[in-house]
Write a protein that binds this ligand. Structure first.
Ligand SMILES: [Mg+2]
Length: 346
């Protein structure tokens, strides 16, 4: 996130904060929507009358926009008002509809949530390309208006303001914490547990809850403690080394295919280990939602292609592969902060 412009001064009362593209400025014609020629953008009608000589605070997603384009667009607003802009140039915890930046703004100036109204055009109405502005406001628990309502005075209950939110709805998921007793807390056990589950489904947490003392083999951490992403070969070597020392082992990777699992099973045979498979049966939408939560809570960003790959490659674990199988669903174990972030809409 980049914050540009003078320090905002809060004088009390209601504060309107804004999206940029499609809200304060619009292209002169629809085909210039992504133009890098800033002369192709103008103030939206009604904007001048509302914001002239005021101090405007903007929250804008600008992934892959060139800096001179962002600057040029902001200059259009600067020609009539003071501008402080929160610019989200990466896919990280700040990017709308994550409310982190708006919550930080609210806390910094000690503004009551009820006194903030966010104005944005991505509102989930028919024809809107997205609903991220509305979700941004919802997630931050502030008021929301579309530019049509704020600048043109369109009735909020009118037909054109009807909307539907897209994507995953976290309120439909039961989030009461589930208590799990460890299955084994031995250190030495001739047992290999192969976990299977999509990225960000909670495998690492589940390995710790079920087998706290077992060695955890994980491709993300196997190389120099996670400084660099490891390889499958490193995981296999670590597995064999742990078996030489008779440790109980959890393979904490996604392991979607029979072929991947077979390589670990082959080593287990060599060392006389029994093998168990733990399938974390989490659907794609929930896994992606959990990935968004992780991003906001400071974890790494998991690209959508990683989920696609898992679900494309996935072969249901079969006992014929040479293991016993246990199946777990979503097993939340959230602290207060994580639950709050889980309840955001992305
Ligand atoms: Mg917009």
């Amino acid at each position: 996130m980049e914050i540009v412009g003078p320090e905002f001064v809060y004088g009390g009362g209601e504060v309107y904060v804004f999206d940029l593209d499609g809200t304060l400025i619009i292209p002169i014609a629809p085909e210039y929507r992504h133009s890098e020629d800033v002369s192709k953008y103008i103030l939206r009608s009604g904007v001048r009358e509302k914001i002239q000589n005021s101090h405007v605070v903007i929250f804008t997603n600008q992934l892959r926009t060139k800096p001179h384009v962002i600057e040029g667009k902001l200059n259009i607003i600067r020609s009539i008002a003071q501008v402080t802009a929160y610019i989200f140039t990466s896919d990280d915890k700040w990017r709308k509809p994550s409310p982190c930046a708006l919550i930080e703004f609210i806390n910094k100036y000690n503004i009551n949530h009820n006194d903030i109204i966010y104005v944005g055009d991505a509102a989930g109405r028919r024809g809107d390309f997205s609903d991220s502005d509305r979700k941004f406001a919802m997630n931050a628990r502030v008021g929301f208006m579309t530019p049509e309502v704020y600048f043109d005075g369109v009735c909020i209950l009118s037909e054109q303001e009807k909307y539907t939110l897209r994507g995953f709805d976290p309120t439909l998921v039961k989030t009461d914490n589930v208590t799990i007793q460890p299955i084994s807390d031995e250190l030495f056990a001739n047992e290999l547990i192969i976990f299977v589950g999509p990225p960000s489904s909670g495998k690492s947490t589940l390995t710790k809850r079920l087998y706290p003392s077992y060695i955890k083999v994980n491709q993300d951490t196997v190389n120099c403690g996670g400084l660099k992403k490891g390889t499958k070969q490193q995981c296999l070597r670590m597995t064999e080394a742990a078996m030489c020392n008779k440790y109980g082992i959890c393979i904490d990777n996604t392991n979607p295919t029979g072929a991947t699992r077979a390589e670990y099973i082959a080593i287990a045979r060599k060392y006389g280990y029994t093998v168990k498979c733990v399938l974390l049966n989490i659907d794609r939408e929930l896994a992606i939602h959990l990935g968004s939560c992780r991003k906001i809570l400071g974890g790494r960003v998991i690209p959508t292609v990683a989920y696609n790959k898992y679900f494309t490659d996935f072969e249901y674990p079969d006992k014929a592969e040479g293991f016993t199988l246990s199946i777990y669903g979503f097993m939340p174990n959230f602290d207060k902060k994580t639950l709050e972030v889980f309840n955001y809409r992305y």
